[in-house]
Design a binder for this molecule. Sequence first.
Ligand SMILES: Cc1ncc(COP(=O)(O)O)c(C=O)c1O
Length: 487
Amino acid sequence: MSATPATSVSPSPSIQEKPQQSHLFLGGINKPKPHIISGKGSTITIREPTGEVRDVIDGMTGAAVGALSWGDEDIIDYISEAAKEYTYQFPSVICNDAAEDLAKFYIDNSAPNAFAAALWTSSGSEANEMALKTIRQYWVEKGKPQKIKYLSRFTSYHGYTTGTLSLGFSNRSTPFTEILAPRSLMVKLPEYLPYHYKLENETDEEYSVRLLAQYEEIILKEDPETIASLTVEPVSGTSLGTPRPTKTYIYGLRKLCDKYDILLHFDEVMCGTGRMNPNGKLNTWENFLPLNEGPDLQTVGKTLGSGYVTIAGMLVSPKVRNAYLDGSSSIAGAQTYSCHAFNCAVALKVQQKIISNGYTKNIYEQGNYLGAELAKMLTDPEFKMVGDVRGLGGFWTVEFVKDTKTKELFPRKLDVSHMVSGTCHKKGLIVMGCNDNVRDGETFKGGDFIMYAPHFTITKEDADAMVKLTKESILEVQAKLIADGIL
Ligand SMILES: Cc1ncc(COP(=O)(O)O)c(C=O)c1O
C-alpha cells in the first residue's frame, strides 16, 4: 500500500529559514528597493529602503518613458473621464474609436505615406514580437515563404520575451542562449559604435561605408532569397549608449534592404515617439532618411503613453499593408489587450498635448543643450575618465573608460557605471547605469556608461541641475578610483 504524504500546515523549514523583505519576484528578489511615492514635473519623491523620503531629479524617466511631466493635471483629469467612457471589448471582434484615432494621429504626425496602419500592444517586447510575426506573414502573403532569416545586430536589445531576446544580442540575452531561436535564423551583423570600433584615422563616414560593405557580404553569404528582414534601433539605447549614426549608415541600410528585397524594421521603442525628432514630430529616423524612404515597419512604445498607461505598438508602411490586402487580408493572431481602448485614449491625449504644446521641439533643443553641457567634460582636464559623450535630442550617454587615450575599459567587476549612477542617486539625480557595450567576438568585454532620457518638458534649469549633479558624482567616483590605485 502506498503511503499518502501528510499535508503539512506549516511551510517547509527551508522556506522558513529565508528572510523575506519583498513579496515581489522582481529584480534583486530580496533586495529592498526604493519605492516611488509621487512625481511632479521632473522631480520624483521616493521612499528609500531606510524609510527616508526624499526628492530626486528624474534624468531618465524610469526607462526613457517620460514625455509629459509627472503629475500632469490634464492627463490625470482625462484618465478619470476615459475610465468612465471606455468599456473593454476584444478589439479584433469589437473594436473602439480610441485605437483608430491613435493610429490616425501617429500616421498623420509621421512623414507623408510613411505608415498606413498601426497595431497597439501593451509593451515594447510585445510590439517587437508582433513585428517578427508580421514579417513572417508578409513573406507568406508575397509567396516567398523561404524568407525566414531575421537580420539584426550584435549588442542590441529588442525586449525580454524569448522571441525578442533571440532578435537581440546583449548581456540580457546571453543567459538564455540555449533556449533562443537558432542563430542560423537570427543572423547577427556588427553593431554601429564608432567610439570603440572605428579604425584609427577613419571618419564616421568611412566607418559607415565599411560596415555597410560587411553587411552586404553577410547578406550574400546567407543568400538574400532566405532573408526576411533587418531590425535596428536607429539610435541604440541601453545596449550601446546612444551612438548617433551617420545618414550614410542609415540610408545605406535602406538601400541594402531595397536591393535585396529585405524588409527594414526600425525599433523606435526607446529612441522614438518624439524623443529626438528635429521637426517637432514623432520619428527618430526622420533625422537620417529621406522622408519618402522610411522603414517598412516600425515599433514604438515608452513615451507613447508617457508612463500614464502601458502601451506600445507597431506601425506598418503602405507596402506591408498592401501585401496583406492583396493576400489573405487578415492578420494571424490577436491578443486580449491589443488596441485596448482606455490605454489608446489616454495615449492619444498625451500625444496631442505634447505636439500642441511644442514639447517635442523643446526636448530636441533642451536635450541638445544638456548634451552640449555634458560634453564639456571631454575637454576639461579635471575629468579623467569621461571617454565619450554622445546622443541627440532627449537621449544622451556619458561613457567612462580607464584611459581616455587608449579607450581601455575599466575591469568589469568594478561596475563603474553603477558606481556613478549610485552616486548620482545619493546626490539626488536618477540616471541609468549600463554595462557591456563592448564585445570581443561573442563575449562581452565590458564598458561602462550612464544614460539620460528626461521629460520633454525639461527646462534649461533642469538640465543645469542634472549636469551639476553628474559632474559632482563623477568627480566623487573618480577620487575613489584614484585613491584605490585604479585610475
Ligand atoms: C529598443 C527597445 N526595444 C524594445 C524594448 C522592450 O520594451 P518593453 O520593456 O516595453 O517590453 C525596449 C525596452 O527597453 C527597448 O529599449
